[in-house]
Design a protein around this ligand. Sequence first.
Ligand SMILES: [Zn+2]
Length: 252
Amino acid sequence: MILTNIFVLKDNYIWILYNKDHSCIIIDPGVSDLIIEKINQQKWSPKAILLTHFHKDHTNGVKNIIKKFPNIIVFGPEETKNYNVNKIIKGGDRICLLKNNIYVISTPGHTLGHVSYYLKPYLFCGDTLFSAGCGRVFQNNYLNMYNSIQLIKSFPDNTILCCSHEYTLSNLIFSMLFLPEDKNIKIYYKKVQKKIFLKKNIFPFYLNNEKKINLFLRTDEIYSKKRIGFEKCKNSFEIFYYLRKRKDKFWS
Ligand SMILES: [Zn+2]
């Protein structure tokens, strides 16, 4: 399986997996035009769409794509049932597509029914985790979001996070407000800045690097090392809650 992405809207990644016989799977198509154009250009035969959650910037393209390719099967959690989904899936399910097993992982928090899809080494984690950051928490679902992030942290180090938004630079600037002396964050920030300047793709995001630079994956460490600025937080979850609330007010 080969992975590619298309950058759409302001900052969305749409992911496409394809194989040598030109079959493909599309993850979270927030738009249709660019996807259909790419499919035609590459002479791909789309077999399925996977949806992580119901937000429009992840689902808006579904209707037109299936109009053009009516045999596509659309998989999604219960909350996406009104978005042309024909197979409702839930955490723990296994989907077999293009001769590969794709595991559905329940990752609530950004929305109540958010799921991620794991096809080793790729984790399509939607709006749960971003490089150097994490998604917003709607419906006051903070504990679920924290647990989902802890679950992702337990995946193999070589897991490649296929997130749905590109906020890396802004996330790193935010992180440096809290850990200004952190070497790993500084190095990664310079690397990302350089790639942006050279108009290069920032991806891939490896979990082992994220564990070093993503504050939301480091709440245990921040707590145990009693980092300055977090004195009022009584545990790792409270650090997560504090950081997420602060990030909501930070420009991005
Ligand atoms: Zn979303």
